[in-house]
Write a protein that binds this ligand. Structure first.
Ligand code: MAN
Length: 549
């Protein structure tokens, strides 16, 4: 260091702050003042090296010590700290490069002591006052929150015990209910067996009646067909008579040939009625079309009566008339023919039938009647009684089964509750089964703690699942400071949606914010009294004159 510089500095620089009886150079906190006392021969020993300089070198604006400790109050040594006492507010260390840089960094302005550059106003009292007010508010908030948290802890514990006891109790009643259900099941089986037997008997009888009716109907059709084909009424059906019926054009070449007819006629020239019914009708019944039907299909313009060669309708038979055979007598073993009595007024009156042909409502009535005929008749009284008994047994069984299922679901809910980690003192249990919403510009976000998180567009539309409860996700020393909801709806070309919830102390449970820092990875801020810890006196001591940092 030059002699001239030394002489200037010896006058100007080593400004000592004197406090509590111990002097200390500028920029040194009280706690380190003792390290800056002049040594033997008025020297300064660098704090981390063996170097030793005259004490005037301290804060002479020239970096002498390799560790920079000789310049606590200037910007001469790089990367050092300057201590602002900030009396009235909070003391702090600033980077030494900010000393005398023309900006006021310390609220007491102590970093800008070369007043020719800038004159700083001391704002520490004002800032300190504001901070004290903030701290008072924060302390109150924490105290209030903490008191609420205490209630949550109590309730959490109670709920835990209640659920435990409930689960045990429900398990017991479940056993009993299962026993009851078994009893009802036996009774049900006992009641269903005779019911099934009786119903089957009835249904079998009905099937037999239907089969019989069908056979009778078929026979009737065959007889009608015979009469329709026997144009000359000589009681035979001949190849010629059949040739005029286009339905027998087997190869569909547009003309009916003798060969085709003979195939149907079993290689005969003609057939008697008996033979027709037994052998020929089975050959043609699928393709046979009554002449009257053929003429009907030609269209409405053809209203003339069918020609004698083509269609001969025996007056005694109405082709539309479905003949219902008389009630069957004891068609199956144990059958109850009475059940199947036909209500049809089957007196064979031709007048009535002919009237029906030209009377549309009557045709509709007939249709309804036919539909009715297709329906199985009611069960007999005894079967009905057995069904009633079985219905009652089924009802009782279903009721018992529902009770078991209900109790199982209650047990599962209680267990789900017991398995959840609601915090070190169950203080978060209070939030279970509750949901909270937050609406921002585009979406309404919803959080149901320990269950799920979701997002709904404000403009309408369906809810998007952002994730299901996953785990606590705080820091290693404060694991309960955050939660993670994961495996939400997959993001197109991205991850499954997930949410991190940052918890903070608040007097109320409230979803404070929701954001999407990365696509489909959301972050919520949630305030809850459950997160409030008790304020300690140290945290809120209002002595701001301390200079420890
Ligand atoms: C939806 C929302 C958004 C998300 C996109 C991703 O619009 O879930 O939050 O970023 O999908 O495509």
């Amino acid at each position: 260091m030059s002699a001239m510089l030394l002489s200037v500095l010896s006058v100007v620089v080593t400004i000592l702050v004197v406090e509590g009886g111990i002097g200390r150079p500028r920029g040194v906190p009280l706690s380190r003042a003792v390290l800056y006392q002049p040594g033997e021969g008025n020297t300064f020993k660098c704090l981390n090296t063996v170097q030793e300089f005259p004490f005037e070198y301290v804060n002479d604006d020239y970096c002498d010590c390799d560790d920079g400790t000789d310049e606590p109050g200037t910007a001469a040594c790089p990367n050092m700290k300057f201590f602002c006492q900030n009396k009235g507010h909070v003391a702090e260390d600033i980077l030494s490069s900010r000393v005398n840089d023309g900006y006021c960094d310390c609220c007491d302005g102590s970093d800008e002591y070369q007043q020719e550059k800038i004159q700083c106003t001391n704002t520490c009292d004002e800032l300190g006052r504001k901070r004290r007010e903030d701290l008072v508010r924060e302390k109150e908030l924490r105290e209030t929150g903490f008191n609420i948290r205490k209630q949550y802890v109590e309730e959490g514990l109670q709920n835990l015990q209640t659920n435990k006891a409930l689960a045990e109790e429900l398990e017991k009643s479940k056993e009993q209910m299962i026993g009851e259900r078994e009893d009802f099941e036996v009774k049900k089986t006992e009641a269903e067996s005779p019911e099934k037997e009786a119903k089957e008997k009835h249904e079998k009888a009905w099937e037999a009646v239907k089969a019989e009716r069908q056979a009778a109907g078929d026979k009737l059709k065959a007889a009608q067909a015979f009469q329709q084909l026997d144009h000359n009424r000589d009681t035979f059906i001949t190849v010629d008579e059949m040739l005029s019926q286009s339905c027998f054009d087997k190869n569909k070449d547009g003309s009916v040939t003798v060969e085709e007819i003979k195939e149907y006629l079993e290689d005969q020239e003609r057939s008697t009625e008996d033979e027709f019914l037994e052998k020929i009708w089975p050959n043609i019944k699928e393709i046979y079309k009554a002449p009257v039907e053929e003429s009907e299909t030609k269209g409405d313009e053809d209203m003339s009566p069918p020609s004698a060669t083509h269609t001969v309708n025996p007056p005694s038979i109405n082709p539309d008339r479905k003949q219902v055979p008389p009630p069957l007598e004891d068609v199956t073993e144990g059958g109850s023919p009475d059940d199947f009595e036909d209500d049809d007024d089957d007196d064979g009156s031709e007048d009535d039938d002919e009237e029906d042909d030209y009377n549309i409502p009557a045709v509709e009535d007939k249709k309804a009647e036919e539909e009715e005929e297709e329906k199985m008749p009611d069960y007999d009284e005894e079967t009905k009684r057995l069904i009633e008994v079985a219905d009652e047994a089924r009802r009782l069984y279903d009721e018992a089964d529902k009770k078991v299922k209900d109790v199982e679901s209650q047990i599962s809910n209680a267990k789900k509750y017991l398995e959840k980690d609601f915090g070190p003192e169950n203080e978060y249990a209070f939030l279970y089964n509750k949901c909270f919403e937050y609406t921002e510009r585009e979406y309404t976000y919803k959080l149901c703690p320990f269950d799920k998180a979701s997002q709904r567009p404000k403009s309408g539309g369906s809810e998007t699942n952002l994730g299901l409860w996953g785990h606590w996700d705080g820091t290693s020393d404060d694991g309960y400071s955050a939660q993670k909801y994961e495996k939400g709806q997959n993001c197109w070309n991205g991850p499954d949606r997930s949410v991190k919830i940052l918890l903070q102390c608040g007097m109320e449970n409230q979803l404070l914010s929701a954001s999407e820092p990365s696509r489909c990875e959301y972050q919520f801020e949630f305030a809850t009294p459950a997160r409030c810890t008790q304020p300690t006196p140290e945290e809120y001591q209002m002595n701001y004159d301390h200079d420890e940092l």
